[in-house]
Design a protein around this ligand. Structure first.
Ligand code: NI
Length: 162
């Protein structure tokens, strides 16, 4: 496993590109997943999408506090319900947090690292993180959801970013 360099919104156009589907889950994808998990942990993050380490592929990893990490390949949101206001930060835009609206619950379909089809229904922080990471695969950042300038703040402590 290796820690990869995190891309930054202002330097890396990959963050604004639409990521490509993974055609087959081979050892390079397994390696990518291992590296993404290590990179996310080192940054005290709760989620990471492959474009954030410069790889334009549809792969995301998540790790909720106190739980094992999970990886989802070619994830798709198949259902969203409800709405809630959340505070959110992104590892690709350090030093800021914003208030935006996210779904209260989402259902995501995709494949796990063995290629098995998985379906995840999530609420709370996990639903928020899934929406955030899937946005990354489409070149979208949470700041795109900010409705007014005063909803974006500078912050000092960085933890639980995505
Ligand atoms: Ni992010």
């Amino acid at each position: 496993m290796a820690i990869r360099a995190l891309c930054h919104l202002f330097n890396d156009p990959v963050l604004r590109q639409k990521a490509k589907r993974v055609p087959n889950i081979d050892s390079s994808i397994q390696q990518l997943i291992d590296d993404m998990v290590e990179t996310m942990r080192q940054a005290n993050g709760v989620g990471l999408a492959a474009p954030q380490v410069g790889v334009p592929l549809r792969v995301v990893v998540l790790q909720m506090p106190g739980e094992e990490p999970i990886a989802i390949i070619n994830p798709e949101i198949v259902k969203r319900a409800g709405e809630r206001e959340v505070t959110e930060g992104c590892l690709s835009l350090p030093g800021y947090a914003g208030e935006i609206k996210r779904s209260a619950s989402v259902t995501v379909k995709g494949r796990d690292r063995q290629g098995k089809t998985i379906r995840i229904k999530a609420t709370g922080l996990m639903a928020q993180t899934l929406e955030h990471e899937l946005d990354h695969l489409n070149g979208i950042l949470y700041i795109d959801h900010i409705e007014r300038r005063d909803k974006l703040h500078k912050i000092e402590a960085e933890t639980g970013e995505m």
